[in-house]
Design a protein around this ligand. Structure first.
Ligand SMILES: NC(=O)c1ccc[n+]([C@@H]2O[C@H](COP(=O)([O-])OP(=O)(O)OC[C@H]3O[C@@H](n4cnc5c(N)ncnc54)[C@H](O)[C@@H]3O)[C@@H](O)[C@H]2O)c1
Length: 339
């Protein structure tokens, strides 16, 4: 396989996971990094030894990458991604799709105008690569669980005020387009809608319960997601807990009650109606970067690059990523919040 030359756009916290994956995956080579913040850029060039640039366009013009990984704040996702697409460069972009629905649609529309064989776009919903998520998706597809009667999901995590103070975009509507739902719980929203055939209607409410003196955006949400076939998911999420609890997705099915737990000790437990109990442990952590509920980041990055020459679009593209954005934006609309 010829070496694929990668540019990294945005050299903050999550960029470390991408840099490690690019280093560890055979056939990938980091050829440049870009950041609008000179200090972040200096740290990244020192750590990686590749040239640094102040913008996506400058990086593309100077080093001509085959692909870029976009790891910028939410309101800076679509600009770099469109710049790369217009230059014929593949894009692997961090979640969420965008900080607003309109921005998200710009990327969906731009991709639709690209003829077959053109650049690809993938969005990092890496939890779809977790063993438990994949197995559950397979089991739902095969019909062995029987009809789903209802679901429960929760994301009960903790964040400090310092988390927001360190990167102020995270706490603003303008920079982030939301809080807990668009930044943290979006992975679980995406999994639930992927597992249960999408969301037709969202009810619910969001609130800022603990950090109102630090952030504009929500830190707590309770939703009822309506899926096709009259199934609903009760969804609770908060960042106000004293410690992280494992993410939970539970499905009440005709033939079994299924419990998916996130985290490094997580996995799948299937309590069959006939009394058998089956378990599947999640993979242990492979990346030195984010190690909690994101061990599959490297798998997604690897898969994106392995499939880049395939004729069909990457399976988690902007259209797929629109689903979670639409759910959470509806929750904001119903709660009368948003920028
Ligand atoms: N998939 C996951 O599990 C996961 C985990 C963490 C973060 N993320 C996502 O990664 C993204 C970045 O998060 P972070 O915590 O690393 O943020 P961060 O603030 O730590 O880093 C972002 C970097 O991008 C730079 N930047 C801003 N605008 C830019 C532009 N136009 N061009 C180039 N650089 C620019 C900033 O200066 C900063 O250094 C967010 O979208 C976040 O939601 C995803």
């Amino acid at each position: 396989m010829t070496t694929r030359r990668i540019g990294l756009i945005g050299c903050g916290d999550v960029s470390v996971v991408h840099i490690e994956a690019i280093r560890d995956i055979e056939g990938l080579e980091l050829v440049g990094v870009a950041d609008t913040d000179p200090e972040a850029l200096a740290r990244a060039t020192a750590a990686t030894g590749v040239p640094g640039f102040a913008s996506t366009q400058e990086l593309i013009d100077a080093v001509g990458p085959d692909a870029v990984h976009v790891t910028t704040p939410h309101h800076q996702h679509i600009g770099p991604s469109l710049t790369a697409l217009e230059a014929g460069v593949h894009v692997l972009q961090e979640k969420p799709l965008a900080h607003t629905l309109d921005e998200g649609r710009r990327l969906v529309d731009a991709l639709a105008r690209i003829p077959a064989g053109g650049p690809k776009v993938g969005i990092c919903f890496q939890n779809r690569y977790n063993l438990a998520s994949r197995r559950l998706h397979e089991m739902l597809g095969s019909g062995e669980l029987g009809a789903v009667r209802g679901a429960w999901a929760s994301v009960v995590w903790t964040r400090s005020a310092e988390y927001y103070r360190a990167k102020p975009w995270r706490g603003t509507w303008e920079g982030s387009g939301g809080g807990l739902l668009i930044n943290q719980a979006i992975h679980t929203l995406d999994l639930v809608q992927w597992l249960l055939g999408g969301v037709e209607r969202t009810d619910g409410h969001v609130a800022t319960r603990k950090y109102a003196d630090v952030i504009e955006v929500e830190d707590t949400a309770d939703l009822l997601l309506h899926h096709p076939g009259g199934i609903t998911t009760s969804f609770y999420a908060t960042l106000t807990a004293p410690q992280h609890r494992p993410v939970e997705i539970e499905l009440d099915c005709e033939n079994a009650y299924v419990i998916l737990h996130g985290g490094t000790d997580g996995g799948l437990t299937i309590r069959w109606a006939d009394g058998r109990v089956e378990t599947l442990a999640e993979r242990s952590v492979t990346s030195g970067g984010r190690s909690y509920w994101g061990v599959s980041h490297e798998l997604l990055i690897r898969d994106f690059h392995e499939r880049i020459e395939d004729p069909e679009p990457f399976w988690i593209g902007p259209g797929e990523a629109m689903a979670s954005l639409e759910i959470l934006k509806e929750a904001y609309r119903l709660s009368g919040v948003g920028g």
